[in-house]
Design a protein around this ligand. Sequence first.
Ligand code: HEC
Length: 119
Amino acid sequence: MHGWARCEALAVAIVVLLGAGFSLPAMAAEKGLADKGEVLVRENCSRCHAIGLTGDSPNSAAPPFRTLSSKYPIENLAEALAEGIVSGHPDMPIFVFSPHAVDAIVAYLKSIQVDAPAN
Ligand code: HEC
């Protein structure tokens, strides 16, 4: 009796998941990428930079990420992140990210910009 009830609950959960997946395919993928980027910047950048929509950077010299697009298109950062050029800043450690991680970080950064994108 108990085993059967659990089985039914699982079946319902699967149907719900499939339903959600089919209703917003492209957006879900894009959101997943930005979410991954958020995790990456939280782990690697948040001890100096403000990474969210509000708040000040822990390191006052580091610009909050939501303001980056006022200086240049976020796409320009992709190359820098992949090659470690961002490390040109003295206080900042060297980061080199995989292409997929770069896509994720760029997707996240785009999602939080307060100014209209410069591109
Ligand atoms: C140890 C502190 C520290 C960490 C960690 C850090 N940054 Fe920075 N970052 C800085 C500082 C300080 C500046 C400002 C340097 C300057 O203006 O010369 C800066 C500037 C920047 C800029 C602006 C560059 C420009 O030309 O205006 C970008 C983009 C950036 N950081 C991205 C990142 C990313 C992405 C990460 C995580 C992968 C990260 N930073 C991690 C300290 C840090």
